[in-house]
Design a protein around this ligand. Structure first.
Ligand code: ZN
Length: 252
């Protein structure tokens, strides 16, 4: 189905919600973590996908974490929204797409112009203080400069010092990324908002998400239970294909 056909079909709906996953950002140069060529092939998720794993590894041999953060962070900082991101921002401007629920942390929906983005897995650029809760949003240039700086520094102590300087909050506490790591709970407020949105919608678009990560994978089921239609747009494997009213196996 071409996008103009899709646009024609979806214009009859009043309250559309999109759920997006890693697949939508592949064309922007961010590979998915899972699957062939994904980052988890190179970096063990139990070490690099958990906060305790990352912290422990960083304190023992910080350069390992720096290499990982640099490789991944560079891709995110360089990425630009693609046609699918812009398609969604156009739908929002037309007033029929009410929100984008995303599992991505790359900030690309906002870059494309979407205003109502619910980030259930956090955002690479948004950090918060573990002590006082205050949030800080880093600009792309700040983040890139920090990563480049870290990549140049030699010596364990220097790396640790530089990191804690960067991650220092005004209150004296330490900031951490808002990214939801493996084993962590989803941000409650965001998830609740996502649930409300899928209960309200009359159409849910699942885009570039395999549907294997719970509880995000429950959202389309909640939408269906509440009478919404589902369009699954996914070039790869998707567990939503079975329950989709329309299935599109390519993004563009
Ligand atoms: Zn603080």
């Amino acid at each position: 189905m071409k996008h103009n056909t899709l646009s024609e079909y979806i214009k009859n709906f009043k309250y559309i919600v999109a759920l997006t996953g890693a697949g939508i950002s592949v064309e922007s140069g961010i590979p998915t973590f899972r699957g062939k060529g994904g980052l988890w092939e190179k970096y063990a998720p139990e070490t690099y996908g958990t906060l305790t794993g990352l912290t422990k590894t960083f304190l023992i041999s910080p350069s390992k974490v720096v290499n990982f953060a640099f490789e991944f962070g560079k891709l995110i900082c360089q990425a630009k929204p693609n046609r699918m991101h812009f398609f969604l921002s156009d739908l929002e401007k037309k007033g029929i797409l009410k929100s984008v629920i995303t599992q991505n942390i790359d900030n690309l929906h906002q870059k494309a112009g979407n205003k109502n983005v619910i980030e259930i897995h956090g955002n690479f650029f948004r950090w918060f203080c573990k002590k006082c809760g205050k949030e800080k949003f880093f600009r792309k240039s700040e983040m890139m400069e920090f990563l480049k700086g870290m990549n140049k520094i030699k010596g364990r102590k220097n790396l640790i010092k530089k990191y804690y300087e960067f991650a220092k909050c005004e209150c004296g506490g330490h900031l951490r990324p808002s990214i939801v790591f493996f084993g962590e709970l989803l941000p409650e407020k965001e998830y609740r908002k996502a649930e409300e949105e899928v209960k309200r919608c009359d159409l849910i678009l699942t885009i570039g998400t395999s549907g294997v990560v719970s509880p995000a994978s429950n959202l389309p089921l909640i939408a269906k239970e509440n009478g919404a239609k589902l369009i699954d747009i996914n070039p790869g494997e998707s567990s939503f294909r079975n329950i989709a009213d329309i299935s599109i196996n390519q993004l563009f």
